[in-house]
Design a protein. Structure first.
Length: 432
C-alpha cells in the first residue's frame, strides 16, 4: 500500500546508505542504516525494530520517531502510531509531513474529528501538497460532512499534478460526482492517496522510465482550465493537450501543475525541447520530483547535437549586448582558423566585445592579431584609438583617431565619433 513507501526526499540518502553498505570494507554504521536497509528489503518489522533502536540512541530525533510512527502504521499498530506521531508533531511542528502522517494515523485509529484537524494543519503548513486534502476528504466523508468532503476532493484534484497519481485523481473525481449528485455520503474507508513516486528507488538508483510513467498514468490530472487538454491527453492526442496546457500557462506562468502536465504531454508528443524546458522548470521549483527529472533527462537525451558557432552568432551576441559570449565565441572561432577569411573580422569583433567589458589591454592585443584588416578600415582605426586611450597611450590614441577621421565620411557615424574623440583639440584650433 502506497502510504508506507519511502518518502522521495529520502531517496538520495537511501541509495547512498545502501551503496556504502555494499562497498568492500565499509564499516557498519548503526541502527539507522539497518532500518533503511530493512525498509528497502521490504521487511517492515525489522525496520520498525531498527528505527526504535535509532530513536532510543537519539531521543527526540524527529526523523527516527516519524519513521517509527510510519512503520507502526504499516504493521497495524494504528493507536500506537497516533501517539508516536502526535508526540513528534507537538515537539517538532515544522518537521516535513509529520502532521500528514499524524492525521493518517488518527484516521486509521478511528479518531476522525482529530484526524480532520490534523489534516487541516498539514494542508496549512504545506499548501502545495495535495495529499492532505485527499485524506481530509476521506475523513469528512466518514464524518458525514458532505460539503466539506466535496471541497477537499476538489482541492486535491486542483493541486494534484503527478501523472503517477491518476488513479487517485480518478477516485477523487468519482467522489466529487457522487457528492454533487447525491445527498448520501458513503463510508468507504479506502486509504487515501499518497505519492507513489515515494516508492523505494530501483536497485541501481536510476529514475523511473518516463514512458512507463506516462503509460501508467492513463490520463493527466484535472486542474484550472485543464479539462479539455486532459481529455485530449486521455484520448491519445498529446500534441493537442500540450498546446492547450501551454496556452493556459501564458496566463498562469507560476502554476506548477500545468507545467508538469505540459512536460508530460510534450514528451508523449515527442516534442523533446518543450518537454525538457517544462520539466526543468518543474525541477527548479520541486527539486525532489523524480518524474519531472526523468522527463528532463529523457528529453535531453533526444536533443540534437548543437550546431557549431559561427561569425554570425558572435555578431548577434555583440549586438544584443552579450559581450562576454561574443568575446568567447570570436576567440574560439579565431583559434580554429587563425588564417581563415574571417580571422580579421573575428579579431576585430572580439576587440569590440573586450572594450565593452572594460578589458582594453586584451582588446588591443586582439586588434594587433588581425583586426586591422577586419571591417571598414575607419571603424578599426577608431576602435584601435579607443583601446590605446584606455591603456593610457594618449599619443597613439590620437594618431589612430586622426586616421579614422581621415578615412571616414564626415557625416557618417564613424566620422562623428572620431570628431568627438578629437573635439578638445579642434576647440583649441588644432586641425585633425
Amino acid at each position: 500500500m502506497k502510504n508506507f513507501a519511502v518518502n522521495r526526499s529520502a531517496r538520495p540518502l537511501l541509495v547512498g546508505v545502501i551503496t556504502l553498505g555494499l562497498l568492500p570494507g565499509s564499516a557498519h554504521a548503526g541502527p539507522k542504516e539497518d532500518a533503511v536497509a530493512a525498509e528497502a528489503a521490504g521487511d517492515p518489522e525489522a525496520a520498525l525494530a531498527a528505527w526504535r533502536r535509532a530513536a532510543e540512541h537519539s531521543p527526540g530525533d524527529p526523523v527516527a520517531l516519524t519513521a517509527v510512527g510510519r512503520l507502526e502504521l504499516r504493521v497495524g499498530l494504528s493507536a500506537q502510531a497516533a501517539q508516536t506521531l502526535g508526540g513528534v508533531a507537538a515537539a517538532h511542528p515544522d518537521h516535513p509531513r509529520v502532521h500528514y502522517w499524524h492525521a493518517f494515523a488518527l484516521r486509521k485509529a478511528g479518531r476522525l474529528a482529530e484526524a480532520a484537524e490534523a489534516y487541516r494543519r498539514a494542508a496549512t503548513r504545506a499548501p502545495e501538497d495535495p495529499d492532505p486534502h485527499f485524506g481530509l476528504g476521506e475523513t469528512l466523508k466518514q464524518l458525514g460532512d458532505g460539503a466539506g468532503a466535496l471541497e477537499a476532493y476538489r482541492t486535491y484534484v486542483r493541486l494534484e499534478s503527478r501523472p503517477s497519481e491518476a488513479r487517485w485523481v480518478a477516485r477523487a473525481n468519482q467522489e466529487i460526482q457522487h457528492l454533487e449528485t447525491s445527498d448520501v455520503v458513503t463510508t468507504d474507508a479506502t486509504p487515501e492517496a499518497e505519492s507513489s513516486t515515494a516508492a523505494p528507488p530501483t536497485a541501481d538508483g536510476t529514475p523511473p522510465d518516463p514512458a512507463v510513467v506516462v503509460a501508467a498514468s492513463g490520463r493527466v490530472p484535472d486542474g484550472p482550465r485543464a479539462a479539455d487538454p486532459d481529455a485530449a491527453f486521455a484520448a491519445g492526442r498529446p500534441g493537442e493537450a500540450k498546446r492547450a496546457y501551454l496556452a493556459a500557462l501564458s496566463s498562469s506562468p507560476d502554476h506548477l501543475g500545468l507545467r508538469h502536465r505540459a512536460a508530460v504531454a510534450a514528451l508523449a508528443d515527442r516534442d523533446y525541447p518543450e518537454a525538457e524546458r517544462q520539466a526543468v522548470n518543474v525541477v527548479r521549483l520541486d527539486p525532489d520530483n523524480p518524474t519531472a527529472t526523468a522527463i528532463a533527462l529523457t528529453a535531453r537525451a533526444h536533443r540534437p547535437p548543437a550546431a557549431p558557432p559561427t561569425l554570425a552568432d558572435a555578431e548577434l551576441a555583440l549586438r544584443e549586448g552579450r559581450h562576454r559570449t561574443a568575446a568567447e565565441l570570436a576567440a574560439e572561432l579565431y583559434r580554429q582558423a587563425p588564417t581563415g577569411p574571417e580571422a580579421a573580422a573575428l579579431a576585430n569583433l572580439r576587440a569590440r566585445a573586450l572594450m565593452a567589458l572594460d578589458r582594453p589591454s586584451e582588446a588591443l592585443d586582439a586588434l594587433r592579431l588581425g583586426g586591422y584588416a577586419g571591417g571598414p578600415p575607419e571603424d578599426v582605426w577608431l576602435d584601435l584609438g579607443d583601446a590605446f586611450a584606455a591603456t593610457g597611450d594618449a599619443p597613439a590614441a590620437r594618431r589612430a583617431w586622426r586616421i579614422a577621421y581621415a578615412l571616414a565620411t564626415p557625416a557618417s557615424t564613424t566620422g562623428r565619433r572620431a570628431r568627438d574623440r578629437l573635439n578638445p583639440a579642434l576647440r583649441s584650433g588644432e586641425q585633425p
